[in-house]
Design a protein around this ligand. Structure first.
Ligand SMILES: O=C(CO)[C@@H](O)[C@H](O)[C@H](O)[C@H](O)COP(=O)(O)O
Length: 241
C-alpha cells in the first residue's frame, strides 16, 4: 500500500457495523438473502436440494474404504509410469477434469506432476471423432489411442447409461486398461461393466456433487500413498549410505 493511499483511507469516516458488513459481503447483513423477491417454490426447491446432499454424503461414507483403495492404487500406478484417463459428459466432464488437474498440477502440497488426461477436453479430437465416427465413439477411440496396459480409465456418469462411456469401458477392457466408474445410484450398466465402481445413492445432481467429494477423497489417499512411498524410498537411500 502506498503512503498516499493509506492517507486517503485514514480520512474516510468509520463505517457503521451494518454498512461495513454490506461492503464486505455485498448485501445487507440484517437480511437472510439478496434484495430480490423469493417465491415459496424457489425456497422449497433450494431446501430440498440441500436436504438431498446428506444422502450423497452418507452413501460416500459407506464406500470410504473403496475410495481410499482407489487413491492408493492410483498412486502406485502413476508412480510406476502408468497414466490416468478420465471422461464424462456435461457436469461429469467438469468433475473428471477437476481430478486430472489435481494430478497434473497439484492438490494440497508440492510434489511431482503425474500423467492424467481428460478425454473430453481434447477439443479438436472430440469434434473430429464426433463428426466422423459419431458421439458414441468419442471416448472409445481416444482410449484406443492413449490407453496402455496397466493404465486406469475413470468414467463419471450420473445415470451410468451414457453410450460413449459404455463403449470406452469396452475398449479399455480389450487393452487391459483398468476401468473404474463413479456413478449415480446403482445398479446401472456402467457400474456393472467396469472393474470397480462407486455408485452414489442420491438424486442425480446431488450424486454429481458427491463425485467431487469422492475425487478429493481419492486425492487425499493418493497423496498419502505418494508421501509414504517417498519416505520409504528415502529410507532405502539412507540404508545404502
Ligand atoms: O451437469 C449436468 C446435470 O447436473 C448435466 O450437464 C449432465 O452432466 C449431462 O446432461 C450429461 O449428459 C448426463 O450424462 P450422464 O451423467 O447421465 O452420463
Amino acid at each position: 500500500m502506498t503512503t498516499e493511499w493509506s492517507l486517503q483511507e485514514a480520512e474516510l469516516p468509520p463505517l457503521h457495523p451494518l454498512e461495513a458488513s454490506r461492503a464486505a459481503f455485498g448485501r445487507r447483513a440484517d437480511r437472510p438473502g439478496p434484495d430480490i423477491p423469493v417465491t415459496a417454490a424457489s425456497r422449497e426447491a433450494v431446501r430440498i436440494h440441500l436436504e438431498n446432499v446428506l444422502p450423497a454424503l452418507r452413501s460416500l461414507e459407506s464406500q470410504a474404504d473403496r475410495l481410499a483403495a482407489w487413491g492408493a492404487e492410483l498412486a502406485r500406478r502413476l508412480l510406476g509410469g502408468q497414466r490416468l484417463l478420465a471422461a464424462g459428459n456435461g457436469g461429469s466432464a467438469a468433475e473428471a477434469q477437476h481430478l486430472t488437474a489435481e494430478l497434473v498440477g497439484r492438490f494440497d502440497g508440492e510434489r511431482v506432476p503425474f500423467s492424467a488426461i481428460s478425454l473430453h477436453a481434447e477439443s479438436s479430437a472430440v469434434t473430429a471423432i464426433a463428426n466422423d465416427y459419431g458421439y458414441a465413439e468419442l471416448f472409445a477411440r481416444q482410449v484406443r489411442a492413449h490407453g496402455r496396459s496397466g493404465d486406469i480409465l475413470l468414467l463419471l456418469s450420473t445415470s451410468g447409461k451414457s453410450p460413449n462411456l459404455l463403449r470406452a469401458a469396452e475398449a479399455a477392457a480389450r487393452l487391459n486398461v483398468t476401468t473404474w466408474a463413479l456413478t449415480g445410484p446403482g445398479p446401472n450398466p456402467l457400474a456393472s461393466c467396469c472393474d470397480d465402481a462407486v455408485a452414489i445413492d442420491a438424486v442425480p445432481a446431488n450424486a454429481q456433487e458427491g463425485h467431487l467429494i469422492a475425487l478429493h477423497a481419492i486425492c487425499r489417499s493418493f497423496e498419502a500413498e505418494v508421501a509414504r512411498k517417498g519416505r520409504a524410498g528415502q529410507g532405502q537411500e539412507a540404508d545404502r549410505g
